[in-house]
Design a protein around this ligand. Structure first.
Ligand code: NAD
Length: 447
């Protein structure tokens, strides 16, 4: 039986390994993590992350060929393939702070693999990493390996939160980068291909060199975010000229060369990946002497920040230029529908902007615990564009000004304004829209 171990039981490691276990009954999959609460949750009825379809897949395989545990070394030692899916956040201090990827977690995972391995292994980069990371990992592994052979592959993950299970079961493509020029590299690529071939059609499995695979992931996220910033920049022009951004994006998206996906104007993109990966791309460009290319990609994030602050300004100015003491209902706090993930959610920036003008917020999001919202809103925000500067709303101010409710209607009761964040998630949209119409017809407090 082939043995797989995945280091990192997060939004990527958990669902990805659950689908591998589900599709490959002949493979034993162990998902390991340093976090005890996370592993405890994976072994319970309340999984640590919300994803449609995830519960069913995990319940079918857990205890049969899918295991979640904290015994990292034991499972890494016996695995044939070790996926590493640890977090790679933006560095908050030191060289490259605010842009470069923090590879601390990756480095410690690589050192542990080298220390505990007693047999040859394929080590797979599942995390999103800067191009050329595999070179550094190879150095760590071979330096500590006591003669054991390691093959490093890049197999970036393209799933989107909220649709992770369908994306994994039916991926647009699976990308495997390896040392195609060596027999060992080719064999490793084939071994990983054989795993995916259990359910992914051959033509969707793309094999490239290591650097192309690593860079493709950063480029894909940059392109997706760029489309959002492009349409949002047009939304600003629409508002200034009387054009309607929905009409414009619909007309633009009908061009088959452009397509309609990712062309909805919004308050901006969020999530743990887009901003982090573009900043990483910017840093790599700067390090490679390409400042013009770096500036091009920086602009995608600048427009995203501009859109969020523009939204807050418009809301405040439409309410007699102040929201002080006014109640604002926020429907949806996570960064998109069908997830409870609040990392880099635009809701934090919008709420912070409103709180700094002394608004009273009533927030509803059934997937996000109250403690998480309070923590997000009171955690100082590091400004990537102005190193050293932070935006901070004190925890006691957040606690006094934010009420978290468990019913969408309660969030709108007596509200002076309502922000329909990711309400569509909650399956109440239709009923709520009817009520909202009623609310609009009798605008008790609506400015
Ligand atoms: P996450 O924070 O949810 O999970 C990472 C996990 O790794 C955590 O549970 C953490 O405890 C664990 N960890 C850290 N260091 C460890 C170590 N040394 N040993 C064992 N466990 C360790 O992160 P995520 O969202 O799953 O993202 C993981 C990677 O995948 C990142 O590089 C991210 O950019 C990339 N990615 C994320 C998404 C997404 O939608 N979240 C999509 C594609 C790619």
């Amino acid at each position: 039986m082939v043995k797989i171990c995945c280091i990192g039981a997060g939004y990527v490691g958990g669902p990805t390994m659950a689908v591998i276990a589900f599709k490959c009954p002949s493979i034993e999959v162990a998902v390991v993590d340093i976090s005890v609460p996370r592993i405890t949750a994976w072994n319970s009825d309340k999984l640590p992350i919300y994803e449609p379809g995830l519960d069913e897949v995990v319940k079918k395989c857990r205890g049969k060929n899918l295991f979640f545990c904290n015994e990292l070394e034991k499972h890494v030692a016996v695995a044939d393939i070790v996926f590493v899916s640890v977090n790679t956040p933006t560095k908050s201090s030191g060289l490259g702070a605010g842009k470069a990827a923090d590879l601390t977690y990756w480095e410690s995972a690589a050192r542990m693999i080298a220390d505990v391995s007693k047999s040859s292994k394929i080590v797979v980069e599942k995390s999103t990493v800067p191009v050329k990371t595999a070179e550094a990992i190879e150095k760590i592994l071979t330096h500590n390996s006591k003669g054991i052979e390691f093959q490093v592959l890049s197999n970036p993950e393209f799933l989107a939160e909220g649709t992770a299970i369908t994306d994994l079961v039916n991926p647009d493509r699976v990308l495997i980068g390896g040392r195609e020029e060596t027999p060992g590299g080719l064999k490793a690529i084939q071994t990983l291909k054989d795993v995916y071939a259990h359910w992914v059609p051959q033509e969707r499995i793309i094999c490239t060199n290591l650097w192309s695979a690593e860079l493709s992931k950063l480029a894909a996220n940059a392109f997706l975010a760029q489309r959002i910033s492009s349409v949002n920049s047009i939304s600003a022009l629409c508002e200034a000229t009387g054009a309607n951004v929905y009409q414009v994006s619909s007309a633009v998206g009908k061009d088959s060369r452009i397509g309609s996906k990712f062309l909805d104007a919004s308050v901006g993109f969020g999530g743990s990946c887009f901003q982090k990966d573009i900043l990483n791309l910017v840093y790599i460009c700067e390090c490679n002497g390409l400042p013009e290319v770096a500036n091009y990609w920086k602009q995608v994030i600048k427009i995203n920040d501009y859109q969020k602050s523009r939204f807050v300004s418009r809301l405040v100015s439409s309410m007699f230029n102040t929201v002080s003491g006014k109640k604002i209902g926020i429907l949806g706090f996570s960064f998109k529908k069908d997830t409870g993930d609040t990392r880099e959610t635009p809701a934090t920036d919008v709420c912070r902007g409103l709180l700094s003008d002394k608004a009273q917020l009533i927030i509803y999001d059934p997937q996000v615990p109250e403690a998480q919202m309070i923590k997000d809103l009171s955690t100082p925000k590091f400004d990537w564009d102005q190193p050293g500067s932070t935006i901070h709303i004190a925890e006691d101010v957040v606690k006094q000004s934010v009420k978290v409710v468990h019913d969408a209607y309660e969030a709108t009761k007596d509200a002076h304004a309502i922000w329909l964040g990711d309400l569509v998630v909650m399956g109440t949209k239709r009923a709520f829209e009817e009520d909202l119409q009623e609310f609009i017809k009798h605008p008790k407090h609506l400015d």
